[in-house]
Design a protein around this ligand. Structure first.
Ligand code: NAD
Ligand code: MG
Length: 383
């Protein structure tokens, strides 16, 4: 039996993971759930899946959650300590890290330190603290299995050869809703337009990241740490159909790809049930009549990808600063306080001001995260 704790069960990945669990009742038991602030949904999930413990990040929602789960015998926790308790509880052998943004770092790292199998959706953890995560993983013996569809695809493709035979990883990107838009038209992007992803239904932050292509920037950094390869070997191709989820090129010229419908339940399930593939009843890929197209990225209209690569090359704390600035810029765009095209501009400004620490501790990374968030807020406020 797989015992599963979900960090971020009320989100897009979290709710899809619960659909996977629902289809595999004899294989997976939910042992713990956490949410950010939606106590109602968290309680509904808890009443259905009967975990041993539940935690809510926002402490002022604790009384509501306690009331909704009264007399159930479920342990109810709150705040950062509550999330850490869930991440490290011996009752869960597997932790799905599905919190969005930098808030996911501490609980995900706690799960890694506790030696869990970590199914990783929260890419920001690796972007911010990849080196630290790899060290902690070695010490604790934790496993990190990718949930992000591109990284799951690469992981599956890598089974076709040896690591030293890998020439390059090719991450695909849909290009987002503005791939065909002119630069002039992109000046007038609305929040509503940015939240309409052509192929995937996801949380708001990653949907905007997909529209700016920062998501692919974060993903090349995620791939670097997951697969222990230099950024020079990690490429990106635009593939608007989102059917080829990513590819691996080997030294003999063979290119292996993983294909599927754009449905996160597959990579979620594989990360949970690995090394086994289990039958699913979801709609399946049918290729007849479909065309698959590929193009090079456009760094002129979408500068975020290269900003991320630059931060990755600088290393140390630079990716944490990039991630934090982006998080604030996206948040302010969603509130209507920043034009869409200014998101990469804010990130660049913060990176320019940042003094890189090449070998940061966790405390340094968290300090840089706060510093870069403050800088981004300042830059946006000044216009
Ligand atoms: P989401 O916004 O739908 O859900 C985020 C979850 O995190 C929710 O449960 C929310 O309550 C919780 N949360 C938010 N702020 C929190 C805080 N401060 N403290 C604790 N919990 C908090 O996001 P999502 O789309 O499910 O994405 C989750 C992660 O998975 C992100 O890192 C994203 O990049 C990654 N990811 C998502 C998809 C997808 O299809 N949605 C695909 C690939 C990767
Ligand atoms: Mg992805």
């Amino acid at each position: 039996m797989i015992t599963l704790g979900i960090l971020g069960s009320t989100g897009s990945i979290g709710t899809q993971a619960l659909q996977v669990v629902e289809a595999l009742p004899e294989k997976i038991k939910v042992s713990a759930l956490t949410g950010g602030s939606n106590a109602k949904l968290l309680a509904t999930q808890a009443l259905k899946f009967r975990p041993r413990m539940v935690a809510i990040a926002e402490k002022n929602r604790y009384p509501e959650l306690k009331r909704l789960l009264a007399r159930t015998g479920i342990e109810i926790l709150a705040g950062e300590d509550g999330l850490t308790a869930v991440a490290t509880d011996p009752g869960s052998k597997t932790i799905l890290a599905a919190i969005v943004g930098s808030a996911g770092l501490k609980p995900t790292l706690a799960a890694i330190r506790a030696g869990k199998r970590v199914a990783l959706a929260n890419k920001e953890t690796l972007v911010m603290a990849g080196s630290l995560v790899q060290n902690e993983k070695k010490i604790s013996g934790a496993e990190i299995l990718p949930v992000d569809s591109e990284h799951s695809a690469i992981w599956q493709c890598l089974a076709a050869g040896r690591k030293k035979e890998v020439k390059s990883l090719i991450l695909t990107a849909s290009g987002g809703p503005f791939w065909t838009w002119s630069k002039a038209k992109m000046n007038r992007v609305t929040v509503q337009e940015a939240l309409k992803h052509p192929n995937w239904a996801m949380g708001a932050k990653i949907t905007v990241d997909s529209a700016t292509m920062m998501n692919k920037g974060l993903e090349i950094l995620e791939a670097k740490w997951l697969f222990d390869l230099p950024l020079a070997k990690i490429r990106v191709l635009i593939h608007p159909e989102s059917i080829v989820h990513s590819l691996v090129e080997f030294i003999d010229g063979a290119v292996i790809a993983q294909l599927g419908r754009p449905d996160m339940r597959l990579p979620i399930q594989l990360a949970l049930t690995y090394p086994y593939r289990l039958e699913t009843s979801w709609p399946r890929l049918s290729l007849a009549g479909k065309s698959l197209t590929f193009e090079e990225p456009d760094n002129n209209r979408f500068p975020s990808l290269e900003l991320a690569r630059k931060a990755g090359m600088a290393g140390g704390t630079a990716p944490a600063a990039l991630n934090a600035a982006n998080e604030i810029a996206v948040g302010e765009f969603l509130k209507g306080n920043l034009p869409f095209v200014k998101i990469p501009w804010v990130v660049e400004q913060v990176l320019d001001r940042h003094q890189v620490d090449p070998e940061p501790t966790l405390a340094t990374i968290l300090r840089v995260n706060n510093w870069a968030q403050d800088q981004a807020r300042c830059i946006i406020a000044k216009g």
